[in-house]
Design a protein around this ligand. Sequence first.
Ligand SMILES: Cc1cc2nc3c(=O)[nH]c(=O)nc-3n(C[C@H](O)[C@H](O)[C@H](O)COP(=O)(O)OP(=O)(O)OC[C@H]3O[C@@H](n4cnc5c(N)ncnc54)[C@H](O)[C@@H]3O)c2cc1C
Length: 383
Amino acid sequence: MSGTEADADVVVVGLGAWGACALWQLAGRGVKVIGVEQYGLANAYGSSHGESRMFRTACLEHPGLVPLARRSRQLWQELERETGTHLLDPTGAMLIGPPDGRIVGGALRAAREHALDIEVLDRRALHRRAPAHQALAPGDVGVVEPAGGLTLPEMTIRAAVGAARAAGAGVLTDTRVTALEFTAAGVEVHTAAGGVLRAGQAVVTAGPWLARLVPSLPLEVVRMPTTWFTPAEPGERFTLRRLPVFMRELAGGDVIWGHGVLPGGTELKLGLEDGGRHFATVDPDAVDRSVSPDDWSVLAGHLASAVPGAGTAPSRAVANIYARTPDGQFVIGRPRRDPRLLVAGGCSSHGFKHSTGIGEAVADLALGKEPAVPLGFTDPDRF
Ligand SMILES: Cc1cc2nc3c(=O)[nH]c(=O)nc-3n(C[C@H](O)[C@H](O)[C@H](O)COP(=O)(O)OP(=O)(O)OC[C@H]3O[C@@H](n4cnc5c(N)ncnc54)[C@H](O)[C@@H]3O)c2cc1C
């Protein structure tokens, strides 16, 4: 490249769930690729932290995400086979609320458009199936997706990066990228230690830090607490089997989410969705990582009636962050069609379930191919 040999065809900046899966997919196709991560792998500072995530194909956020979730499930199974790790637990997923509400209404719309295998439970059947859910509103229903369940974020990152390394990828951890400099030959990726990596193109999967490197993207970063509760009287109703991973829309529009105690564990994971009205936007490099009752007071108020007995204060809490776009959809593609830059970010707190599919789409785009799943609605230039 301009008389200087390139270090790689592609440099992937940020190895959270999306970057790790992109690295895996690129390396698996024989691309000379280097992944760069500012902290350690599976760190607690970005969006892919907290042991578990909800997986569902009933994508209430956009019907176009259903094929991506389906493809992601297949790829997760491939990653499991390739690495001998268990990463996706199909223990069922439940979406609860009024049939015309954002959560259940969105899930039913996705199910109709894509003929999803779901079961709809009326309030009484829902209460029998998941007795931890109390104070259901008269019209509430539950949409159960048996193939939904839990995915494991930290383990997914380690598995994907491990598989990428085995396929020849280079990996630099504790290395912060400070700038991307575009040249006639490609891109120079500058690091805080003063190093430069030269490549044909950069894939920026920097999660909440994406707009630091690509400031044209209209992203804001939200600080969102993750909380676990230990019930004083653990019982069958709090097990993962009886309280599978859920989102529940309450009267007034707030949404709580979580799941029951994993086998061998003691804690429920329960949280409050941001919904644009609860959590502050922050500078990703100046996040208050301490937690206080302000972080869970609204949630605890809801739990007292909606999931009584779960506990009034968390047994464990951490402050996570994620990047939000103005329309709540991802940004995946080439800003201004620049062949030297690809971005995948703006997860808007519903992106983990698509990590493997996004990794594949990024690899397709990097190689000049149309992604297998149409992703026009995630065009980074749409704003
Ligand atoms: C509390 C919470 C709950 C969620 N629940 C769900 C759920 O149930 N289901 C679901 O599907 N989704 C869920 N999400 C969303 C999901 O977790 C994210 O969509 C997903 O983890 C996004 O991963 P990412 O790789 O884009 O970002 P990240 O995991 O933040 O990864 C970005 C990485 O880039 C690195 N980086 C940034 N800047 C640089 C730089 N300059 N140089 C080098 N490295 C850099 C960071 O250190 C980080 O490791 C949730 C999110 C949160 C916060």
